[in-house]
Design a protein. Structure first.
Length: 80
């Protein structure tokens, strides 16, 4: 599958600032993705462990550095 045109967005910075673990919410969003949707996660750091985990589940990804030091990681099913 090629990269989807539509990404659901999830900003986990507020969750992390409150000391909450964002992974359960990320799993909820992933489970609800339609076949041609992807997920864009914005975090205050590069989410390397998440990239590796989802990569092992068959997700492709790319990352972008944002202003203020944040990162957005895009995930979609299949290969680039």
């Amino acid at each position: 599958m090629t990269r989807p045109a539509r990404f659901k967005e999830l900003d986990v910075r507020a969750l992390l600032a409150r000391g909450e673990e964002p992974y359960p919410r990320i799993r909820e969003v992933i489970a609800a993705l339609a076949s041609r949707e992807g997920l864009a996660i914005t975090a205050p750091f590069l989410p390397s462990p998440l990239i590796e985990k989802l990569g092992s589940e068959g997700f492709s990804s790319r990352v972008e550095r944002r202003a203020g030091g944040a990162w957005t990681a895009f995930f979609w099913r299949g290969q680039q």
